[in-house]
Design a binder for this molecule. Structure first.
Ligand SMILES: [Zn+2]
Length: 159
């Protein structure tokens, strides 16, 4: 049996199916839906000759950020058997292969496409809010597939 990495975003939008994502502390989120957009900063090549990047050193083969935006549906309730759209799921993962460092995953659901933008907006003290390049890329993919995300993406205040 193949072991799958449940923190890796599912690739490519497809037909509605059961999606399993690992959230905070490995808690599993299971829903019916499909991916609207996924992106990662993961790199193949390390930027250092040591085995792992030193603390504070930037190496996207050691530490990376992944994001996935999903459309989520209620289980079929109607006689036509088609699932009913419920909203969106956003998964963000700060990944690290450096021993002693932890994976930080978060899975959040919202009914609002505008809140998808908010969930992907990074707010730090004494800094302008921003959206990471990976999140913008996933949002652009999602905007192509979903009218609600497209409206929120085009009208976003944070660039
Ligand atoms: Zn590295």
């Amino acid at each position: 049996m193949t072991k799958t990495d449940k923190t890796a975003p599912h690739l490519a939008a497809g037909p509605t199916r059961t999606v399993r994502l690992a959230g905070r502390d490995g808690e599993e989120h299971i829903f019916t839906g499909y991916a609207l957009g996924v992106a990662t900063s993961r790199a193949e090549q390390h930027t250092h000759s040591t085995r792992y990047a030193a603390p504070g050193d930037k190496c996207s083969a050691c530490r990376w950020f992944s994001v996935g935006i999903y459309r989520v549906f209620d289980e079929p309730e109607t006689s036509d058997g088609r699932p009913k759209p419920r909203g969106y799921v956003v998964q963000t993962v700060g990944e690290s292969v450096v021993p002693g460092e932890q994976r930080l995953a978060r899975v959040q659901e919202t009914a609002s496409a505008y809140e998808v933008l908010e969930l992907l907006t990074v707010r730090r003290r004494n800094a302008e809010p921003f959206i990471t390049p990976q999140s913008l890329r996933a949002l652009a993919q999602a905007a192509n597939l979903d009218d609600g995300v497209r409206d929120a993406y085009v009208n976003r205040a944070v660039v």
